[in-house]
Write a protein that binds this ligand. Structure first.
Ligand code: FES
Ligand code: MG
Length: 599
């Protein structure tokens, strides 16, 4: 942090107040007064605060930001700043086809250009729906100007027939009931709609709640901000405080790289396990880290997070939802519990509030020990991700907190070989193939079968489809089989509790061995050894690889838009955060480079 009195000029002053270059200053000032800003304001040396606006009609999960932004603006103004809203490319998780994940990097690129190329001194990141949080954190990381995230907050609890109805989780449940003929299409819709009772993002511990929580653990949100439900008055009050604080951060020159250090990421990995966080988190967090020049791999997630117990009894891991979580003390209570027992590896890291992590959360207590379990009585002893390798792929993860009793008793209870199993595979080429064939009785899928999904990775889909959590065939569901082993190069929704092995890289579309696996091949999964083995001889694997090459490689579908084409040519695998090739060589660009003049 620099002494504010001896500060270098603000970035915005290089546009609006450059005494050495009155000709250019005049051009930059020319149009901003046309909606009412005065020249005096713009030349006052007050920090200009961007508000990266992800709320829009297309983005229902983040739409409440349009309201909250009014309070943010008032906070900025009262602390002596000037607010300028920056529209962010929409990334709505459930509305965008083929997947919002494809557009995470597009929104990232757009925001990097906006923050770098305009007179912005600091930025409020309006986070919420799944991919908005990583896209905005990634951009803040690359540009590295003071940034403070504001979560839009989760929805209130949904209810259906007297039971909690959770975003996404109710869909996976209804899909099984629909497949078994227990409900009709009308009831399916009713169940889905019941999970969305208010403004805000998904009320389960899906990717949105996970990433908003981790943004706070990283130190990029004010303490307590992540868990406040969207409609609560406290949400509007913290929005005002965010506006005030970001102006202070600009004066202190407190940047993302001062906050999102390797140590902060390690803390986040620990908290992610205790929350039962989404399998999308490692992809996004590894991406944010790379844009800061911080090394972070899936092996780190396993080494640091695997043995951390599950404390949050929230769907999909438990019965409760975000509103219950907030009343039970929310994220601060989970962090407080972990801090007091020494499980947070780096309690002294700096946060956006200007205080250390430990100082903020040390005294936060659990208010309801059924919703948030204490460490003395965890829901699962080891709840983190395992990072798997082998001859089918180099890198994939599995969320162990998602292993159900049914799954454990069927696949992981052999006393001779307790954490391993093997079986014949059925291979599906993308979600369309799965939906078309899964209920075909001639496939003769049994509970011993392993379901494999390929062609669902960053290049193959493109963007990576959330389809690895495959449901069993309807005839098996009717017999009481709900959880089968699923393996694939795609992702799964954070709202799914399935214990899939997913995010595998290299993906089939990039020539990984998932491309050569066939129906009936056998796989051995050994969780203790962290290995998935395709039980074929090396000669057979080599023969199939040669045949794949001779046929011209994997048969990937055509791109449908220019961006899809560009994305596929530039994307790195999930294990490397699915970032744009080479983008991580641009570090700190808001401080080390000044864009050229055009006129
Ligand atoms: Fe937007 Fe879940 S779909 S937060
Ligand atoms: Mg999703």
């Amino acid at each position: 942090m620099s002494d504010p009195k001896k500060r270098r000029p603000l970035r915005s002053e290089l546009w609006f107040n450059d005494l050495s270059n009155p000709e250019m200053t005049a051009i930059y000032l020319e149009h901003y007064p046309n909606y009412g800003l005065t020249l005096d304001e713009l030349q006052s040396g007050k920090p200009i605060i961007g508000i990266a606006q992800t709320g829009s009609d297309l983005s229902p999960c983040n739409r409440h930001h349009l309201e909250l932004t009014k309070r943010v603006r008032e906070g900025i103004r009262s602390a002596g700043g000037i607010a300028m809203e920056i529209p962010v490319h929409p990334i709505q998780e459930t509305g965008k086809r083929p997947t919002a994940m494809l557009d995470r990097n597009l929104a990232y690129l757009g925001l990097v250009e906006a923050l770098h190329g305009y007179p912005i001194d600091g930025v409020v990141l309006n986070i919420g729906c799944d991919k908005t949080t990583p896209a905005l954190l990634m951009a803040a990381a690359t540009v590295n100007i003071p940034a403070l995230a504001l979560s839009v907050g989760p929805m209130l609890n949904g209810w259906y027939k007297g039971k909690r109805s959770g975003s996404g989780s109710i869909i996976w449940q209804a899909r099984q009931q629909f497949a078994a003929g227990e409900i009709d299409a009308k009831e399916f819709l009713k169940m889905a709609a019941s999970s969305s009772p208010s403004v805000g993002y998904c009320n389960t511990m899906g990717t949105a709640s996970t990433m908003n929580s981790l943004a706070e653990v990283l130190g990029m949100q004010l303490p307590g901000s992540a868990s406040i439900p969207a409609p609560y008055s406290e949400r509007a009050r913290i929005s005002y405080k965010v506006g005030e604080r970001i102006v202070g951060m600009v004066h202190e020159d407190l940047k993302p790289s001062d906050i999102m250090t390797r140590e902060a990421f390690e803390n986040a990995i620990v908290v992610c396990s205790a929350l039962g966080g989404s399998t999308n988190a490692p992809i996004h967090m590894n991406a944010v880290a790379r844009h800061l020049g911080v090394e972070l791999t899936n092996k780190d997630w396993d080494a640091i997070g695997y043995e951390v117990p599950l404390l949050a009894n929230i769907q999909p891991a438990g019965p409760y939802l975000s509103e219950d979580f907030y009343r039970a003390g929310g994220l601060p209570a989970v962090i407080g519990e972990l801090l007091r027992s020494g499980l947070i590896p780096h309690p002294d890291v700096m946060t956006a509030s200007g205080e250390s992590f430990a100082a903020l959360y040390r005294d936060c207590q659990i208010e309801d020990r059924d919703v948030i379990h204490p460490l003395s009585d965890p829901l699962t002893a080891k709840a983190g991700f395992v990072s798997l390798g082998g001859n089918l792929f180099d890198d994939a993860i599995m969320k162990t907190s998602g292993i159900s009793e049914e799954f454990r008793s069927r696949y992981l209870s052999n006393p001779e070989d307790p954490n391993a199993f093997e079986g014949p595979v059925f291979v599906f080429d993308g979600p369309e193939d799965f939906h078309k064939r899964i209920d075909d009785p001639s496939l003769a899928i049994t509970p011993e079968s392993l379901l494999v999904m390929r062609g669902a990775g960053p290049i193959g889909f493109p963007g990576g489809a959330e389809v690895v959590n495959m449901r069993p065939p309807s005839y098996l569901i009717k017999q009481g089989v709900h959880d089968m082993p699923c393996i694939g190069d795609g992702r799964q929704s954070g709202t799914s509790g399935a214990a899939s092995i997913l995010n595998a890289s290299p993906e089939a579309a990039a020539g990984g061995n998932l491309a050569i696996i066939r129906d009936g091949d056998r796989l051995r999964i050994d969780l203790d050894a962290r290995r998935v083995t395709l039980l074929l001889s090396e000669e057979e694997i080599a023969k199939r690889r040669d045949a794949l090459l001779a046929s011209g490689g994997p048969n990937n579908p055509q791109s449908q838009t220019p961006w899809q084409e560009m994305f596929r040519k530039s994307v790195r695998p999930f294990a490397e955060g699915m970032i744009i090739e080479g983008a991580d060589s641009y570090l700190d660009v808001g401080n080390t480079t000044v864009p050229r003049h055009s006129h």
